[in-house]
Design a protein around this ligand. Structure first.
Ligand code: SF4
Length: 455
């Protein structure tokens, strides 16, 4: 039976007040978009309307109450956030039907309230962020979405029929959003889209002025500009590229990684290696020379971590195809691999392909690919023991009752949040917080994670 994809809930947004409030609105929307929500341009089409209020002056309060009143009248399902959210009783007295009220800069609470009012539809076939995406993005990393839709027609995928063809955002809008996110405390930007290397193809790479220079809507130009951003502490934020297809111009971003402008990490969803399966999948940029290009990338930037995902049991996949994939993985030595058993999605062309693979064969191949990739990962991580690596801190634990040591969970540049491994720290000392970036001595490793102490 094919999996049916329901429609994503739609969110309307009214943002009042100062630029700081606008950054908040954008953060909330970025998070909601990455959770699979769609935006509605009008009240009528929205499942929920968010009103981000300002309460700085009485006139601003009045304007906020007016905006809430309008949203209530036009839609009726309203969540209030922002500065005026601190005066919940004033709002409740006037609009008892409001679904939820949260205060200024409480991104997590607002997003939770939206999840409660109109639950997102987590879907492995459509969502760009992993299913754990319901977890909240801490302030120190943010998803930066650069386009919607996709021009490809991979046979297992229904995204083009749901989201349409590629529509790229203007480069100056993307860079402004990135700049604001970094100004608001983001230390790590995760660039996402359905096909990041195709960014700007639909707009002929429409150039715009940015900081006095012309910048094209193109992955390499964008990467170079993102690399110039600086956090409040004057550090370069980590910038990760996700969903990159190995078009020739990808070669041009590798030197930026070697120069430290981009995080040495590439997420390339190869999906398979066997030419006949890739052909049946109709994958873009499917070419034979990928292995030699990966080798070249590693020559230029030895620390580059390559993450990918693969589908096993695709219709028509023979044992020989699968063995080809395992041999290819031996050669490619990818750092991080996710594997999935093929599953038909309602409306996907692949469902009609001949040669369905029996469930038990899928399962057996899945186990074999997991074993192979865990062994490769373990060896790669073992080679990092003894090195000093930069990390970003995600979560600080409680002090140990016996010796007072404070454990923490961090990530290296090779680990994207939510999908890759962690660096577990046995004692970070006092005063560290999520988002801190520092060097760590790696003391141990297992199949997927590293262990260490601040250097
Ligand atoms: S590249 Fe293929 S898998 Fe990715 S969104 Fe486009 S059609 Fe779907």
């Amino acid at each position: 039976m094919a999996t049916k994809i329901p429609d994503a809930p739609k969110i309307g947004m009214v943002s009042l007040g100062c630029p700081k409030n606008l950054v908040d609105s954008e953060r909330i929307l970025t998070k909601l978009r990455s959770d699979g929500y769609q935006m509605s341009a009008d009240y009528a089409g929205a499942d929920v309307v968010l009103v981000n209020t300002c309460g700085f002056l009485d006139s601003a309060k009045e304007e906020s109450l007016e905006a809430i009143g309008e949203a209530m009248a036009e839609n009726g399902r309203v969540i209030v956030t922002g500065c005026m959210g601190d005066e919940a009783d004033v709002i409740r007295a006037k609009f008892p039907q409001v679904l939820a009220i949260t205060g200024a800069h409480q991104y997590e609470q607002v997003v939770n309230a939206v999840h409660d009012a109109s639950p997102p539809i987590p879907n492995a076939f459509v969502d760009l962020v992993p299913e754990g995406g319901l977890k909240l993005t801490p302030r120190h990393y943010s998803y930066l979405k650069i386009s919607e839709g996709c021009n490809h027609r991979c046979s297992f995928c229904i995204i083009p029929s749901i989201r349409g063809d590629l529509v790229s955002r203007r480069i100056d809008a993307v860079l402004r959003e990135a700049e604001k996110l970094v100004a608001a405390g983001t230390k790590e930007l995760l660039v996402i889209s359905q096909d990041t290397s195709a960014y700007g193809v639909d707009t002929r790479h429409d150039p715009r002025m940015w900081k006095g220079r012309e910048v094209r809507a193109h992955m390499t130009d964008m990467a170079r500009e993102l690399g110039q951003l600086r956090t409040a502490e004057g550090k370069a934020p980590w910038v990760r590229l996700h969903y990159v297809y190995p078009y020739p111009h990808v070669d041009q971003v590798i030197p930026l990684m070697a120069e430290g402008l981009l995080t040495p990490y590439l997420d390339i969803p190869f999906q398979h290696a066997s030419p006949s399966v890739l052909k049946a999948m109709k994958r873009p940029a499917n070419e034979a020379k990928v292995l030699s290009r990966i080798a070249k990338w590693r020559d230029i930037c030895p620390d580059i971590a390559i993450r990918s995902s693969f589908v096993v049991g695709f219709p028509g996949e023979t044992e020989a195809d699968f063995q080809y994939l395992l041999d290819w993985l031996d050669e490619a030595q990818l750092d991080r691999v996710g594997a999935f058993r093929f599953e038909p999605v309602e409306g996907a062309a692949a469902n009609d392909l001949p040669g369905a693979v029996p469930e038990e064969v899928k399962e057996e191949r899945y186990q074999r690919i997991m074993e192979k990739t865990a062994a490769i990962s373990a060896a790669k991580l073992q080679a990092k023991v003894g090195r000093v690596l930069p990390v970003i801190l995600d979560e600080v634990g409680e002090a140990d009752e016996d010796d007072g040591s404070i454990g923490a969970t961090a990530r290296s540049q090779a680990d994207a949040p939510e999908i890759d491994g962690n660096v577990f720290l046995r004692d970070v000392g006092e005063g560290r917080k999520a988002g801190d970036m520092f060097d760590v001595l790696i003391e141990d490793a297992d199949d997927h994670d590293l262990y260490g102490v601040p250097a």
